[in-house]
Write a protein that binds this ligand. Sequence first.
Ligand code: FES
Ligand code: FES
Length: 154
Amino acid sequence: MATTLKINGKQHQVDLPDDVPLLWVLRDEVGLTGTKFGCGVAACGACTVHIDGEAVRSCQVALSDVWGDVTTIEGLGSPDALATIQQAWIEHQVAQCGYCQSGQIMQAATLLAENPDPSDADIDEAMQGNLCRCGTYPLIRAAIHDAASKLKEA
Ligand code: FES
Ligand code: FES
């Protein structure tokens, strides 16, 4: 049965089995490959997207369980109008191999929406489920602090 999903502000008709993970809908059906497959078992955070603003592991959400509007890294900002958090990521040159980074940014965006002035400890706690094998954690912290101060000024 076809399901309608709103992804990055656009409606998509998806005709796939109910139990297909949202991650595969995004990557294979809709062509949004910014969201990455890492572990498939909610252990790495590479597949993090937002549903109604909440950070979720898209490898663990079945198509039939998607409860709201989906935002992926492609919908957070655009190349011409990056989100503040994306700009901070570039300014701090956070990414190394880059594989984990869209998930990191999506997780960080929800942290800042919930806590506009996070401490290092708040950041470590919020980001603990997003693994980076390149070890970019200090740069992630710096970029989140920077985005927080820019958002306060805005
Ligand atoms: S791929 Fe979903 S948490 Fe690792
Ligand atoms: S930048 Fe390589 S895994 Fe995080």
